[in-house]
Each structure stands twice: as C-alpha cells, then as structure tokens.
Design a binder for this molecule. Structure first.
Ligand code: CUA
Length: 339
C-alpha cells in the first residue's frame, strides 16, 4: 500500500517536472522567439507552404502505417502459445507496390522542394545589397551602395528585396531571421548569398544559428522593417558623420573615449577613432539595443556594459577596462548623444 502511494507521488513529481519543462518550452515561443511558421516574406511563405505540404504527406503515411501495424498486432496476436503460424515466403505484388508508392511519394517531395528552391534562391535584380559579417559575438552590416556601416540591427524598407552577402571575420556563424525565411552560414573567406524581403513593418528577431563559442546564444540581431520614407531618413542620418558632443559631460566622454582603449577597436566617423575590431559606433545612440541585442539601449544598460562587458556577454572580446564610475557616466553621455 505504502509502495503504491510512493509510486503515485513519484508519478506526480514526474508530471510536475514535465509541466515545468513544457511551460519553459512554451515560454520560449513568446513574441520574441523565432517563428518559422509565421512568415512575413515571400520566401518565408514559400518555405512554410512546403513544410505544410511535406507534413501532410508524411502525416498521412504515418497514420496508414500505424493503423496497419495496430491491426496486425491485434488481429494476428498469438492466441495459442504452442501453435505455429502459417509459414510464407515473401509477396512480390505487395513488395513491388509499396516500393513504388514510397518512391512516388519521395519523387513528389523532391519535385516540390526543387521548385521552391528554384523559386526562392535568386534575389530580384533591384535588391538592395548588404554585406553581413559575423563576429564573435555580434553582427556587422555594411550597405556598400549607401556608404553605411552599422551593427546588430539591420534596417530595411518594407516590401523591398535585400540581397545579403554573408561572411564572417573569425569563425563560422549562421545568419538566421526565421520570419523572413532562410538561414545562411557565415564562413570566413567565403561569401554566401541570401536574400530577404519583409512585407510587414515591424521588428523581427534573429539569432546566430551555428555554435561559435562562449556567447553563441548571445549573438542576436534584429531586423527593423520601416516605411520607405523612414528608411530614407535613416539612411541620411547614418551617412552623416558623428554628432559633435555639446553637453560638458558628453564632451568629457569624448575625451575619455579618445584617450582610453575604446579608440583602438571602434570607429566613430568624423573623429580619430578608426578601430575595426568592434562595432562601428558612429550612430550607436540610434540603435535600440546594445551588446548584440542582449540589452535595451538605455543609459543604465550602457553603464552596466561599459563597467564589465564579460559579465554581460561571457567571453566578450571587449575586456573590463577598469573605468571609474565618473568615466563611465561621461562615456554614457557621449555614446547616447551619437544618434
Ligand atoms: Cu555566431 Cu553562433
């Protein structure tokens, strides 16, 4: 009796643990998580349609096979353990027919996959070119025809195709924005082609999809899809050199930036800072996040990041610089002013 009670309690605990895992999994499917089956791009839709088509075929096969299996298990179960079942040797008609039907099913899936790949692999000629460079652990975006370099937030106009040339600076990464369709490996020394287009304005979340070191999971990105006119305004603002610091605190921050290690790794157009190791900070104040999408771009978070980067992003190549609280406040004022 006690044993039964223990077993029930064990089951209950197992069930509780299962519920916790299930709800954690579902929480992962919140608005911020990738949603492959909620596409907002022509390419993403084509991929989702193909997925549902293949799922329908395979689900049909699964149901038929499991039904036949259950039927055979129940209908032909051994009623008399001593009895010997009829001994047969193969059935050519059956074997030929199930091989043929399976081959036909696979041929249909192959043809549909081929068709979708052919229809989605080539970007339209008018696509805006963007070079995507994966770094440990952030994303660099260069717009060669617009003369813009930015990081972690890809800003694109709604309804316009974007031609991405994907590569990496150090190790292999993978560029992936599920709702816009497609995923592309970013490989050092190689340029892979991917294109995307978003039909609805908004912010879409992406994530590095190739294990690339300690902060792989923290290598996020956002695609901000804006109207044509807003995109033009953004382009003009980004092409301008960095704003001159006006407030005394921001001016002090400028001095700190140019006299500390910051200047060696980052570029701020229109200043002596020409470093290429870290993200271009010319308009860092206009971005909605910092640290590869890990933190909202607020003064508090900027201060937290500047104080101890590896505590925010483990393995961060930006080390703890030992800045004083006063220097951090000045840097925050300066960087926030770089709209
Ligand atoms: Cu970059 Cu994972």
């Amino acid at each position: 009796m006690a044993r039964t009670g223990g077993a029930i309690r064990g089951w209950a605990r197992g069930g509780e643990a299962g519920l916790v895992i299930l709800s954690a999994g579902l929480a992962g499917c919140s608005a911020q998580s990738p949603a492959i089956l909620a596409p907002v791009s022509p390419k993403g839709r084509a991929e989702a349609e193909l997925f549902w088509f293949i799922l329908a075929i395979t689900a049909f096969v699964f149901v038929v096979v499991e039904a036949l299996l259950l039927y055979a298990v129940i209908r032909f179960r051994a009623r008399d353990p001593q009895a010997i079942p009829p001994q047969i040797h193969g059935n050519r008609a059956l074997e030929v027919s199930w091989t043929t039907v399976t081959a036909l099913g696979l041929a249909v899936i192959f043809a549909m996959t081929w068709r979708t790949m052919a229809a989605t692999s080539t970007p339209p000629a008018e696509a805006i070119p963007v070079k995507v460079i994966g770094h440990q652990w952030w994303w660099e975006f260069q717009y060669p025809t617009l003369g813009i370099t930015t990081a972690d937030e890809l800003v694109i106009p709604v309804g316009r195709p974007i031609r991405l040339t994907v590569t990496a600076a150090d190790v292999i990464h993978s560029f992936w924005v599920p709702q816009l369709g497609g995923k592309m490996d970013a490989i050092p020394g190689r340029e892979n082609l991917l294109w995307l287009q978003a039909d609805v304005e908004g912010t879409y979340y992406g994530q590095c999809a190739e294990l690339c070191g300690a902060s792989h999971a923290n290598m996020r990105l956002r695609v901000r899809v804006v109207s044509d006119s807003e995109f033009q305004r953004w382009v003009e603002a980004q092409r301008a050199p960095a704003a001159q610091p006006v407030e005394p605190l921001a001016q002090k921050g400028y001095q700190v930036f140019m006299s500390k290690a910051c200047v060696g790794c980052h570029t701020i157009d229109g200043t002596p800072a020409r470093g290429k190791v870290g993200p271009n900070l010319t308009h860092v104040g206009s971005r909605t996040t910092i640290a590869a999408g890990l933190l909202e771009n607020t003064p508090e978070n900027l201060a937290r990041w500047l104080d101890n980067p590896p505590a925010v992003k483990p393995g961060s190549l930006m080390p703890r610089l030992g800045l004083t609280p006063e220097e951090i406040q000045a840097l925050v004022a300066y960087l926030s002013s770089l709209k």
